[in-house]
Design a binder for this molecule. Structure first.
Ligand code: ZN
Length: 114
């Protein structure tokens, strides 16, 4: 369900973008933060579903998993695929999440002179 509402929001947002229409949208690239809790397979499935309902059946939906950015208590910043990890600098598991919990539109490709 979470992925369905994400997919609906993404499609709605992209169709509101200047210059993007149902007819000229070619592909949609999405960043999916590994800590967002979104399942990539499920998100892709739902995007295709919502896309089809919105007249975007020929659009390529490409999802890029993006690593989380963490900052350790020692001040060191590092990327990780998981929140359960240790600081490569000092070995501590005490960290703050700086980035990586978001699903966002990276870029869209449109067909020129559609
Ligand atoms: Zn550290």
């Amino acid at each position: 369900m979470h992925e369905l509402s994400l997919a609906e929001n993404i499609v709605k947002t992209v169709l509101k973008t200047d210059g993007v229409t149902v007819n000229n949208l070619q592909s949609l690239h999405i960043n999916c933060g590994v800590l967002s809790g979104a399942n990539i397979e499920s998100l892709k499935f739902n995007l295709e579903l919502v896309g089809e309902q919105s007249g975007l059946e020929d659009v390529d939906f490409v999802i890029h998993p993006t690593p989380a950015k963490l900052q350790c208590g020692c001040g060191y910043c590092y990327n990780s695929d998981s929140i359960f990890c240790l600081c490569p600098q000092c070995g501590s598991s005490d960290h703050e999440v700086i980035d990586g919990g978001e699903v966002s539109i990276e870029f869209v490709e449109i067909i020129e002179d559609g």
